[in-house]
Design a protein around this ligand. Structure first.
Ligand code: SF4
Length: 442
């Protein structure tokens, strides 16, 4: 480790160019054709396959694996994409260890599942590399659908709606479409600008216009859109971030993990990004783990992730927790932040140990910190939204809100588990319900 890395403070350029490159390379190297055949050969092609039941988008997993095994990966990709148009990204970010691979009979019998996620990536990458778009639009229906938010739910709804012959306009506040896929996921999970390439490929269906830099509520309102469109889908995500609500929360060096991740994802030069020597991340979900691991990969000397309950209550999967530990992130559980200390800038953060019901034990600890990232949950922001339930837009099973002609899905809506794959399923299913409604129940 270079001597200058031992200097205190938040600074850039902690690593050499090769270290940045290596640290932010693909988390899982893609399978080559031979490896894919070997992996596919392990599948039993189960009848009533449990893996398929565990997939939120109901992909016919044994069918696509059989198609890979018979040398037709493009057909396998079409099987995947028919159910999940963002199958390429989901192959990279799905917590397969708690979904399809957890229930795979090979996992249950031998403790080693079929590599479903990596096979899905092999198939979708093979198709996308050929630049082909496997779906065609139905004849125009003359109906117009507005989609607010170009994240996974919005993109899935837009694609399915366009495929069914509707004219779609997406409104998104950011410069680039993609939502969390573009701004909110660790860089090592989607290398080589995959999120942007996948959106370009998805838009290849035609019939979808993307209006960038248009914020819902600020630049366009529900009422205005209701006059211009036959149906509206809200996939606005969760734009607000919970504060710590403790003394010193506003000190320099304390910021939101989502902003850190977004800056990192958009950085052209990782060596220009500043990172602390002693970094503390507060939270127990995927955002907390993504921030902690990337802080370590940027060269932070000590990274500690602190969660207020026990490990089993963390939203981050065991795989993610193990990944963090393997990268050198220390995980402290059952500790709740009580104060940020420092003169202007953070120098220490103080925690009190808690039991699993968050009851304080009276025992306190201080951690050295020159950078603190908050990752304790996000909230829905916006005015004039349809009826809410528990802080999210209340929707039916098919995504219909309590306002006629308005659907919602993804993180901003009730139900689901805030995974990319669930958002895709919700956007797709809302599009089907929109179609049935617009076509008079046909
Ligand atoms: Fe193949 Fe495993 Fe699914 Fe069975 S459960 S079909 S072995 S991937």
């Amino acid at each position: 480790m270079p001597a200058d890395m031992l200097a205190d403070g938040v600074r850039s350029g902690r690593l050499n160019p090769d270290e940045y490159k290596q640290n932010f390379s693909d988390l899982h190297a893609p399978l080559d054709a031979h490896e894919a055949l070997v992996a596919a050969d392990r599948c039993y092609f189960c009848h009533d396959a449990p893996c398929m039941t565990a997939c939120p988008t109901d992909i016919d997993i044994p069918l696509f694996i059989r198609q890979i095994a018979t040398g037709t990966p493009e057909a396998a990709a079409k099987t995947i994409l028919t159910q999940n148009i963002l199958g390429g990204m989901c192959a990279r970010v799905c917590p397969t260890e708690t979904l399809c691979e957890e229930v795979c009979v090979r996992e249950v019998a031998e403790g080693k599942p079929v590599l479903i996620g990596q096979l899905q990536r092999y198939a979708t990458d093979t198709l996308m590399e050929k630049g082909a778009h496997p779906f065609e639009r139905a004849p125009s229906t003359g109906k117009r659908v507005a989609v607010i938010g170009a994240g996974p739910a919005g993109l899935a709804c837009a694609h399915r709606s366009a495929m069914l012959g509707h004219e779609v306009v997406i409104f998104d506040a950011n410069d680039k479409p993609g939502g969390l896929n573009e701004y909110g996921i660790a860089a090592y999970k989607c290398t080589n600008d995959f999120a942007a390439r996948e959106v370009d490929w998805l838009l290849g269906i035609g019939g979808i216009k993307v209006n960038r830099g248009v914020a819902f509520g600020r630049d366009v309102t529900l009422k205005e859109l209701q006059g211009d469109f036959d149906a509206i889908f809200l996939g606005v995500g969760l734009g607000g971030v919970n504060g710590l609500g403790i003394d010193g929360d506003d000190k320099d060096g304390v910021s939101d993990a989502v902003d850190f991740i977004a800056d990192l994802r958009q950085a052209k030069d990782l060596s220009a990004l500043s990172i602390g020597r002693d970094v503390v991340v507060i939270g127990g979900g995927m955002t907390a783990v993504d921030a902690a691991v990337q802080a370590k990969l940027l060269g932070a000397l000590n990274v500690t992730l602190v969660y207020r309950r026990s490990r089993t209550r963390m939203n981050a999967s065991v795989f993610e927790q193990d990944l963090a530990a393997s990268k050198g992130v220390r995980i402290i559980t059952n500790a709740s932040p009580v104060a940020v200390h420092g003169n202007g800038a953070v120098r220490e953060i103080e925690f009190e140990y808690t039991d699993d019901d968050l009851k304080p034990t009276g025992q306190k600890v201080r951690l050295a910190a020159d950078q603190v990232f908050r990752a304790i949950g996000q909230t829905l922001v916006g005015e004039s939204l349809p009826e809410l339930d528990g802080g999210k837009i209340k929707v039916s099973e098919t995504g219909a809100t309590t306002v006629k002609g308005v659907w919602a899905g993804g993180d901003c809506a009730t139900g689901g588990d805030d995974l990319t794959v669930t958002a895709v399923a919700e956007g797709r299913d809302a599009a089907m319900d929109i179609h049935i409604t617009l076509m008079g129940g046909a």
